[in-house]
Design a protein around this ligand. Sequence first.
Ligand SMILES: [Ca+2]
Ligand SMILES: [Ca+2]
Length: 336
Amino acid sequence: MTGSFGAVHSVEMRCVGSTPARQFTLAPTPGLETAGFGLAIAAPRRHRVGDPPAHDVLFVGAPAGPGHVLAVTPGGTSDITPHVVNTTALGSALAVGRFRASDGTIELLLAAGSTSGTVVVMHGDPRASRAMEPLGCFMPMQSEPGFGLALTTADLDGDGSDEIVVGGGADAGGRVDAVHVYATAQATSPTNCNATWPEMLTVHCSDVGDRGVTCTNLASGFGSALSAGDLDGDGRDEVLVGAHFATVDGVTHAGAVYVLSSSGTGAALTLTTGAVLRDQAPEADVELGRDLRVALIGRREEPIVAAPGALAVRVFFCSGLAGDRPGATGLSAECR
Ligand SMILES: [Ca+2]
Ligand SMILES: [Ca+2]
């Protein structure tokens, strides 16, 4: 799936090398500022093998200026921009989750604010009469430039409801090195974005010696790309964190992806590094992990990781987690 921006105002969906299978084009609308349309895109994810098909909707951010967010459904394109105060660049990052697993609604997370950082939460069913409405918004406990540069949702305690994961903690140069996790039951006034939500936990980058990955005391970019999925099939999502400027085997900016595994619930929830994805023969400035997604391939969710310096996208069928190593049961054919 590719996004485009500027005057094009379109999002194309295509198989690699093919002509677009489907293209959404935004008709010019008087009074609607849509510059940057396509800079961020998000769609509901199938949480488990065997889940019913997710909502047929694509959310598209147009973050230039104040920012807008649009919902593209088979019925057409609608502007669902929430009216909240003190935000700019709304829609610069997007993520879709399910906080109330059983009622058929979904949540949309929108990043806003290129300097202060705010995350807006919307709730509803974009296909039905229950339109997407603002549910709450929050800022970090302490000002963090870059807060919300990356967003994802993940069911970290296995209760069927997603938690919120936010990349943030940038230094003065905008380099990110922290990942924050929030519970989803903290909805606050949707019109006041000066609120803070209590964090469940924060994770910083740490070196992994047996994988040759060094990131501490570096601007590793840890947290500037996020995704989540249940790589080992144990019912809990893992959080995947790109650290595209990490040093690997002494090679600078080779990049790596941290696979964070959860344990415990509630206040006792913890995230630890369960595995690290890296190139077997790292090369300088490949920046593995600059962007990443988890997608269902066969019966398992697998990481798909950008390696822009190698002009490549890498799929890691074997993360190295217990249950996701060669010889484990239930694996994709490529990982047996
Ligand atoms: Ca959960
Ligand atoms: Ca898992």
